[in-house]
Ligand binder design. Structure first.
Ligand code: C5P
Length: 224
């Protein structure tokens, strides 16, 4: 039985990819199924939290008790997150694989196949974690993710401090059997001097282990 380590906590989770449309039929996206983010939402709900899940396009089912909002683009995800911060938030878990760029111009009509664009101009998308970090209603704790390989723990730490995240979870995407789109995942959690390796396991088990560590690191004094 899951212990209610996050009883009454308000948690905001971003999950899935974002889709940046070029025209009504085409666009840019990132590889992400939403599986790990949805599993984290489930684990938080099991731990007694009030969970708001903001997700890009995903086929995953909404976990019981989780309030889900679907968005498409990075700009929509940011807007939905900022709106959601009107509820004082204890914890943000930014698991979404946000597309870094969007097409500068979006066509209202489908471009004919013969009109091959020589170049596609791109615009940098806003960084959702950084924007939330700078927001007056910043959640008490921000946990971000980094899809890297195990040799890049230093760059993950730098990424956390650049974005204003308190903890960063490095996803091992160096193999075909873990990470994006797979049923299993392997992670390293980094917080200050702490480094916790979590060996490959099912994403729901990973979510429960991560939530146990996050509760202990950030909410220990409040756990009953
Ligand atoms: O910089 P990178 O995309 O590797 O950072 C990953 C982390 O930052 C994830 O937590 C992701 O959800 C978040 N992110 C974001 N907004 C972006 C890009 C990434 O919140 N535009």
């Amino acid at each position: 039985l899951a212990s209610k380590t996050l009883s009454g906590k308000q948690i905001l989770i971003t999950a899935g990819p974002t889709w940046e449309s070029l025209d009504p039929a085409r666009g840019l996206t990132n590889r992400a199924s939403g599986k790990q983010g949805f599993a984290l939402a489930q684990a938080c709900a099991e731990a007694g939290a009030q969970v708001r899940l903001i997700s890009g396009p995903s086929h995953e089912a909404t976990p019981p008790g989780v309030l889900r909002e679907d968005i498409t683009s990075a700009q929509e995800m940011l807007e939905a997150c900022l709106h959601s911060l009107e509820i004082p938030t204890d914890l943000l878990i930014a698991n979404a694989a946000v597309a870094d760029h969007r097409p500068t111009l979006q066509s209202l009509h489908k471009t004919p196949k013969s009109a091959v664009p020589e170049q596609i101009a791109l615009t940098l998308n806003p960084d959702i974690v950084s924007s939330i970090h700078r927001h007056p209603q910043r959640p008490r704790v921000i946990v971000a993710f980094a899809a890297e390989t195990r040799d890049h723990l230093d760059s993950a730490r730098a990424k956390a401090s650049r974005k204003g995240a308190d903890t960063i979870i490095v996803n091992d995407i160096s193999s075909n059997t873990t990470g994006m789109g797979c049923e299993i995942n392997a992670c390293t959690l980094l917080h200050d001097k702490t480094q916790i390796e979590i060996p490959a396991c099912r994403k729901i088990d990973m979510a429960r282990i991560l939530i146990r560590h996050i509760s202990k690191i950030h909410f220990a004094s409040e756990v009953h």
